[in-house]
Design a protein around this ligand. Structure first.
Ligand code: HEC
Length: 174
């Protein structure tokens, strides 16, 4: 019994040792405990899995772009609808289907699954792509601005799943 506990303690030390190549020893644990606080290494690892050009987009610039949407949309896990539907989990969601929000007939009829391509087209020209949408926003004409925004949106609105292998390889790259 005592031996087993001793062994576990040694194993624990060994594990702690090999996981700590990064400067901030606490970072991985903190990120696990608070789902929406990604470390920079995690953000980079997740973004690397996005298709081009979103894998190299500027997330900070995307966050600034999102200020254009904030007055009408939330993106957090609390799923709060405002003037527009909340955008948590919007990637992979069918247009106009989020329960608890009343969409226009135009958006319900739009019938696409939101992904990088369909969102990019919609955000470029909402009223042209979904004629009759009640989203009274003129759209973002600049392609780079849209790419940055959508990379940020994908990261922030995708429910958190601990990417164990990805985090490991990202931190050993430091
Ligand atoms: C003035 C308010 C307003 C602004 C600003 C706005 N939206 Fe919207 N958005 C809406 C409304 C209202 C709807 C519902 C549209 C409908 O039913 O036709 C909507 C719908 C959407 C949808 C479809 C969601 C779904 O579940 O089908 C997406 C995606 C979206 N907006 C993204 C954005 C993004 C990204 C921005 C910022 C670039 C933005 N919106 C800016 C009001 C707004």
């Amino acid at each position: 019994m005592t031996k087993a506990i001793f062994f576990l303690a040694i194993a624990g030390l060994a594990l702690a040792g090999c996981g700590q190549k990064a400067d901030n020893d606490d970072a991985p644990d903190v990120a696990m405990a608070t789902p929406h606080t990604y470390s920079d290494a995690e953000k980079a690892a997740i973004q690397a899995t996005f298709p081009a050009p979103y894998n190299t987009a500027d997330l900070a610039a995307g966050e600034t772009q999102f200020n254009k949407c904030r007055s009408c949309h939330t993106i957090g896990a609390d799923k709060m609808n405002m003037v527009g539907p909340h955008l948590y989990g919007v990637f992979g969601r069918k247009s106009g289907t989020e329960p608890g929000y009343t969409f226009s007939e135009a958006m319900t009829a739009h019938d696409v699954t939101w992904d990088f391509d369909t969102l990019d087209a919609y955000i470029a020209a909402p009223q042209t792509v979904v004629k009759g949408t009640k989203m009274s926003y003129q759209g973002i004409k600049d392609e780079t601005d849209r790419h940055n925004l959508l990379a940020y949106l994908k990261l922030e609105t995708t429910p958190y799943a601990p990417p164990a292998a990805t985090v490991e390889s990202a931190s050993s790259a430091n």
